[in-house]
Design a protein around this ligand. Structure first.
Ligand code: ASP
Length: 582
């Protein structure tokens, strides 16, 4: 080894030892003849001191040094006169007579400090320098710990980690596939897996019983904020289980992670909420339960008084913001602008203030008497000082808009602290989603999801009403994981494909391998997958999954460091028999 100790290791008990450390020059300070150099490596920072009386040779080396030079320093550990309690090595310094420059560095394009002057794009281009910074390094260390704890927990529960292929077959469901042309089979393509879904099911048919994999998945989606075209899942599957067995095991995994990584415990079992309950109380299938402010349907109280917006609305509902009756005109205008943003999509906002003196004042006093408003206040269980915010319109537009408004109020009132966690399970999703434009059903989760056993007859009469035996784990308004009990019966799987508009032939062509496997004794099985990057960012208290990926793509799906995607040579194109259209 080129060193005896790391830069994070030396303590007061090491005083008088002669040691060697290696690392990068973080900072050089020259104070009246004494020179102090901070040397950094992954483990920490150690202060090196060169005093006036040192040899000329040493001084001339020190003069050559600059930020990010790689050095080897030999010297004696001494107690510092002015100690730095913030640094674990801050009680000592290394008095050196010997510095070797192992490598030089050009001036880095941004400062490698916790708070850097480097913009996003620049840091991504020089990600290897960005990764030297503590916040980024710590994020990846957290990711490492989480991965280890996931493995520890699942291995203890008897899960086997099995790798599944990356070069697979393009299938028409779900997101768009990334495809890879085959050189050996002209005109044919592999697809990169959107998830190992069918493979993990085949492993259950194979009798593996409990499978998991920390696995990369690829989806060629239009990149919304904070999506990555490749991301990591904790992918799991179990045999001979029912829904609640899976919820138990993976609630256990979440608890284990919270306990070991964050020291957070949950006394009560995670709340379980049906999809319909989540939609009608919070307007979303991933409610943030760090705070209340659930929706109240007040159509019955407000309709029929001549206010056409309300009278003609399919849904009239609102939230009650405690203690916000004192909101100014300006604040209310801001909220109105907020709900009218295209991303939120409401046409306007109605408010009712419950004044401290017990009177009620609304933005639509013209249509409603004090008694009418009092009836609404009763539904909200409002008290003097509260502010009721109401939206009206089509149900499927208004519920999500009200959800956005609720989250906005949660933010404004500081009700969404990053260090507080509110996990729940959302269950009983609809199995199918109707696409108006394409006039066909899509699987809400994926086509292998089992319907609720009681609902199977509805395939004939009312497919839209079939409940799926599916579940999501939601934490703080983020869907961290989702899965389902699978169809394990060939006929039912065929019915599902038919309902999704596949002919028997097409189903055979696309998913014949799975349907065939079901001929040979498929066990009842089910599983779940967690978005690992997202889980890490949630644990780390960041909104960005990029911080938890060593080499992420930017928002346009580009890796600006290696400059990808990029063109390939004519020779490569020829080998693949591909012509690029102008
Ligand atoms: N494969 C599914 C997904 O990626 C998860 C699952 O059903 O296990 O969303």
């Amino acid at each position: 080894m080129l060193r005896t100790h790391t830069c994070g290791e030396l303590r007061i008990s090491d005083v008088q030892k002669v040691v060697t450390i290696c690392g990068w020059v973080q900072r050089i300070r020259n104070l009246g003849g004494m020179t102090f150099i901070d040397i950094r490596d992954r483990y920490g920072v150690t202060q090196v001191v060169i005093d006036e009386k040192s040899s000329n040779e040493l001084h001339s080396i020190v003069e050559q040094l600059g930020r990010e030079f790689v050095v080897q320093v030999r010297g004696e550990v001494v107690e510092r006169t002015s100690k730095n309690p913030k640094n674990p090595t801050g009680e000592v310094e290394l008095r050196t007579s010997n510095i070797t420059i192992l490598n030089q560095s050009e001036l880095p394009p941004f400062t490698i400090e916790d708070d850097t002057d480097g913009g996003d794009e620049l840091r991504m281009r020089y990600r290897y320098l960005d990764l030297r910074r503590n916040p980024v390094k710590n994020a990846l260390m957290l990711r490492h710990t989480m991965a280890q704890e996931v493995r520890r927990y699942l291995c203890n529960k008897g899960f086997l980690e099995v790798e599944t292929p990356f070069l697979i077959k393009s299938t028409p469901e779900g997101a768009r596939d990334f495809v890879v042309p085959s050189r050996l089979h002209h005109g044919q393509f592999y697809a990169l897996p959107q998830s190992p879904q069918t493979f993990k099911q085949l492993l259950m048919v194979a009798g593996f019983d409990r499978y998991f994999q920390l696995v990369r998945c690829f989806r060629d989606e239009d990149l919304r904020a904070d999506r990555q075209p490749e991301f990591t899942q904790i992918d799991c599957e179990m045999s001979f289980v029912e829904r609640d067995d899976i919820l138990d095991v993976f609630e256990g995994m979440a608890r284990h992670l919270f306990h070991t990584v964050k020291g957070v415990e949950f006394d009560a079992p995670f709340r379980r909420m049906t999809y319909h309950e989540a939609m009608s109380l919070y307007g979303t299938d991933k409610p943030d339960l760090r705070f209340g402010m659930s929706f109240k349907d007040i159509g019955a109280q407000l309709k029929g008084k001549g206010f056409s917006v309300v009278d003609n609305a399919e849904y009239v509902g609102g939230i009650c913001a405690r203690g916000c009756a004192s909101y100014t005109r300006k604040q209310l205008d801001e909220l109105t602008d907020f709900v009218k943003r295209p991303q939120v999509g409401a046409s306007g906002l109605v408010y009712i203030r419950y004044n401290d003196d017990g009177t009620l004042k609304s933005s639509v006093d013209k249509f409603y008497s004090a008694d009418d408003l009092m009836l609404v206040a009763k539904v909200f269980e409002a008290k003097p000082g509260d502010l009721m915010l109401i939206l009206a319109g089509k149900r499927n537009k208004t519920l999500p808009a009200l959800s956005e408004l609720r989250l906005e109020m949660g933010n404004r009132l500081g009700l969404r602290p990053k260090n507080q966690f509110a996990p729940l399970w959302v269950v009983d999703f609809p199995l199918l989603e109707w696409d108006e434009e394409l006039q066909r059903f899509f699987a809400m989760h994926h086509p292998f999801t089992s319907p609720h056993p009681d609902d199977i007859p509805l395939f004939q009469s009312n497919p839209a009403a079939i409940r799926a035996n599916a579940y999501d784990m939601v934490i703080n308004g983020v869907e961290v994981g989702g899965g389902s009990i699978r169809i394990s019966n060939r006929e039912l799987q065929q019915t599902m494909f038919n309902t999704l508009g596949f002919s028997d032939d097409e189903a055979e062509k696309q998913f014949g391998f799975l349907l065939n496997a079901f001929r040979y004794g498929a066990p009842p099985h089910g599983g779940i997958a967690f978005g690992f990057d997202r889980l890490c960012s949630l644990f780390g208290g960041s909104d960005s999954i990029r911080d938890y990926i060593a080499f992420p793509k930017n928002n346009a799906g580009r890796d600006v460091m290696i400059d990808s995607p990029s063109s390939i040579s004519q020779q490569q194109l020829d080998e693949l028999n591909i012509i690029i259209k102008e």
